[in-house]
Ligand binder design. Structure first.
Ligand SMILES: Cc1ncc(CN)c(N)n1
Length: 220
């Protein structure tokens, strides 16, 4: 089994649950309530700021100059493209009340940052991978049906697009290049990180679907 096959196997069931989630079903049949989508976009803007930091840390630990550049470019490029898309969505949806960073976003980004700072390059890579790979798979799967809602159809098209798929393929190729050099224990740790952040991906959509809020008032 290649390293990426091993990683995917650790989260296969989570991916099935993601595709079945009412948030994603609501995107494709157009029934997703706008407040849930706005919630998602606002939390994703918070998330992407920290995800860019996580990619920058991966870049700093990458094995070759080309890999350093690829991660650094992604940290700037792919994230800037997604943030640009969110800005367009926000303009169309209307700002709505300002949301603080909510519990699931905070838990996910805290886990990502702790892992990329404290783990090896392979562990950090495994932790950031579901963000790329699950969205690429979801984009591909949803593209066939797209959505009767033009806003949701644009979101699906962005992740199904060849440009995004190509970025993801590059990262997967890198993972498979370093895979054979890893010890069994490092591969096992990496698979645990991958499975954990894949779960956070499910939780992120679920939090938007539920309209998650802090249970008691916060200071900000
Ligand atoms: C939570 C989350 N995960 C993944 C992606 C896709 N880069 C995203 N924008 N947001």
């Amino acid at each position: 089994m290649t390293f990426t096959q091993e990683l995917w196997a650790s989260a296969e069931e989570v991916y099935a649950e993601i595709l079945a989630h009412p948030f994603l079903r609501g995107l494709t049949d157009g029934s997703l309530p706008r407040p849930a989508f706005r919630h998602f976009v606002q939390q994703d803007s918070h998330y992407l700021r920290d995800y860019a930091r996580a990619l920058a840390v991966c870049a700093a630990k990458a094995p070759t100059d080309a890999d350093v550049r690829a991660f650094a470019d992604d940290a700037v490029g792919a994230i800037a493209a997604e943030q640009g898309m969110h800005a367009e969505f926000t303009a169309e949806l209307g700002e709505g009340p300002e949301q603080p960073v909510l519990p699931t976003t905070l838990a996910y980004t805290s886990y990502l940052l702790a892992t990329v700072y404290s783990g090896s390059f392979a562990e950090g890579l495994a932790a950031v991978l579901p963000c790329y790979w699950i969205y690429a798979r979801v984009g591909e799967a949803l593209l066939e049906k797209s959505s009767p809602d033009p806003l949701y159809a644009r979101w699906i098209a962005a992740y199904g697009a060849e440009e995004f798929q190509g970025v993801v393929r590059r990262v997967l190729d890198l993972a498979d290049r370093i895979g054979p050099e890893l010890s069994d224990s490092e591969r096992a740790r990496a698979a645990r990180h991958f499975a954990t952040t894949a779960r956070y991906e499910w939780m992120f959509w679920d939090a938007a679907w539920r309209g998650e809020a802090w249970p008691v008032p916060t200071a900000d």
